[in-house]
Ligand binder design. Structure first.
Ligand SMILES: Cc1cc2nc3c(=O)[nH]c(=O)nc-3n(C[C@H](O)[C@H](O)[C@H](O)COP(=O)(O)OP(=O)(O)OC[C@H]3O[C@@H](n4cnc5c(N)ncnc54)[C@H](O)[C@@H]3O)c2cc1C
Length: 392
């Protein structure tokens, strides 16, 4: 269960609208063409990120007492959706939204001031590292290990696919403080550390990943990285529970990005379907085209309802695990259907990069795999909702 983040005084639609109007103020200045330019020149969209900070948007879901703008997961999901609607789904928002949760809930006042407050105005960026090459989806099989030193911890191991590692100031690292062989349950002996990316012993290797986002992915090596005691969030060995508290927020932010990118693709497809007339009538009048777009719209709307329903539950302090998992599953599938429909509608032009249609596909496809693959969500629903036996 989550502690309630706030008692909302306004209806859901108004809360979403407020955030999305403010976001449009930023995305109008920094549209998708700006992001594509940043990607081409391999630089982080610093100006847009700062503007999101100045508008108070990056501080959403962070209590005002922690230097944030208040609001809950509903508000930060609305931001994520609005960025997607502008064609700029942002992985940093997903990982920041996840990473801040355990620090706000279990960090000391100093840790919150150092690692959370500066993320709210965009002056500091936080990335998140759990995935390891050998463990993959089976995160508890991780082998990155932090051992005690006289004044803190020494970290050794590696992570992979870490989004934005080059541009981040800090990384929330999930590591073992006890080897898997030394604990009774694999969820034990896991700890969370906030690691300063400038610490000696950290090296990055850029991965050749093809997704049109400003954040690139890195393999990250930790070689005797010395961490101060203050890098540990909460109690040593109890990090798995803390991490789970952030995962629902992460899933909902991934769902939000999917909803946004799906609607973005659909809007482009509808525009095109109204103009294109190879047989003299707009192709959008043919049911083969129209119905596919209509179905994509219905699927996105249904996934959207589930996403905000889960976000409201989370903010109310209710258990939102099932709803968050369902939301991410449905939103990623709806986004993919919408992008597929947009590709089919554009015919051969979908493959011309200048139309910027095929370029949407990797992002939509990614959300079915990361931050957690859809099979794991189906496993959750199968086991925890339907009561079926665990298969793995
Ligand atoms: C662009 C990108 C950005 C990313 N950003 C980050 C990040 O910032 N931080 C981070 O820590 N990680 C990040 N990741 C990693 C991502 O979360 C993992 O790739 C993902 O969780 C899957 O792990 P894997 O690739 O090792 O797949 P594997 O574990 O090898 O699984 C492969 C496939 O097998 C199937 N499968 C696996 N286990 C099961 C099961 N139990 N039941 C049924 N089917 C199963 C699924 O279809 C799955 O897709 C990112 C990945 C990408 C591609």
């Amino acid at each position: 269960m989550n502690p309630p983040t706030q008692t909302p005084t306004e209806p859901l639609a108004a809360r979403i609208q407020q955030v999305q109007e403010a976001t449009r103020g930023v995305t109008a200045r920094y549209p998708r063409s700006y992001i594509l330019d940043c990607i081409k020149s391999d630089r982080f969209p610093e100006e847009m990120w700062k503007a999101l900070g100045e508008f108070g948007l990056l501080g959403l879901s962070v209590p005002e007492a922690c230097g944030g703008s208040g609001g809950g997961v509903v508000e930060i999901v609305a931001l994520g959706e609005a960025l997607g609607l502008a064609g700029i789904p942002t992985l940093f928002l997903v990982v920041t939204g996840l990473g801040r949760v355990p620090i706000i809930r279990h960090g000391t006042a100093e840790q919150i001031a150092q690692f959370v407050t500066p993320t709210c105005d965009g002056s500091m960026k936080l990335c998140f590292a759990i995935t390891e090459p050998d463990a993959g989806t089976n995160s508890f099989n991780m082998s990155t290990l932090a051992t005690r030193s006289e004044d803190g911890w020494i970290l050794n191991g590696q992570k992979v696919f870490i989004s934005g590692a080059r541009d981040a100031d800090y990384m929330l690292v999930v590591a073992r403080t006890q080897k898997a062989s030394e604990v009774k349950y694999r969820t034990e002996g896991i700890s969370l550390f906030v690691v300063d990316m400038k610490t000696p012993g950290i090296t990055l290797r850029l991965l050749n990943v093809q997704v049109e986002t400003a954040e690139r992915q890195y393999q990250v090596f930790f070689d005797d990285v010395r961490l101060p005691e203050a890098a540990l969030i909460g109690e040593a060995g109890k990090g798995a529970k803390l991490m789970f508290e952030g995962l629902n927020a992460e899933r909902l932010l991934a769902a939000a990005a999917a909803l946004g990118i799906g609607e973005y693709a659909l809007a482009k497809a509808v525009d095109y379907a109204k103009q294109r007339k190879p047989f003299g009538k707009p192709i959008g009048s043919y049911q083969a085209v129209q119905h596919r777009l209509a179905l994509a719209k219905a699927e996105l709307e249904a996934a959207r309802l589930m996403t905000y329903h889960a976000a409201e539950r989370f903010d109310a302090g209710e258990d939102a695990g099932t709803q968050a998992n369902m939301a991410k599953l449905l939103a990623s599938r709806a986004a993919l259907d919408a992008v597929e429909a947009a590709i089919q509608t554009h015919g051969g032009y979908a493959f011309d990069r200048d139309y910027d249609i095929i370029t949407l596909w990797p992002m939509a496809r990614l959300i079915a795999i990361a931050p957690v693959n859809n099979e794991m969500l189906l496993n959750y629903i199968g086991e925890h909702v339907l009561g079926l036996p665990k298969s793995y």
